[in-house]
Design a protein. Sequence first.
Length: 159
Amino acid sequence: KSDSRLQGTGTTLVVATVIENTLYFANVGDSRCYLIRNNEIKQISVDHSYVQQLLSQGKITYEEAKKRRDKNLITRAVGCEQETETDIFKIKRENDDIIVLCSDGLSNMIDDNVIKNNLLKKGTMQSKVEKLVKLANENGGGDNVTLVALKFEKEEESE
């Protein structure tokens, strides 16, 4: 607020927490949360963007949405208003679920199935995440790339 050049700017947000066997997610803007379960990827969050509004209204297709140059126009952001409406989601976690939290710097540069396929490969989660960030940058890297991925392993039963 003290820098007039930054007046009206904001940021997107996606967060997650786990309480017992329930995953809670919240998002504002176009940072996303995905769930990979049973070899399928599903976007949990809903983008707060102009393009998402067009998609939801049936005015454009999913394939058209991916190619739009104005997909960075967001309709909600943290920091622009005194209060920000936040979407909250919850799901029951299952063994082998992979949760992905990412900025649009990743989701705009890499197809969802590429994200899924890379995270399901063998190797450490760290190396797979680093590869996805590198791939996003190689595909244009027009924005910052932020990515967190978490896999839920089967819990060992205590004796």
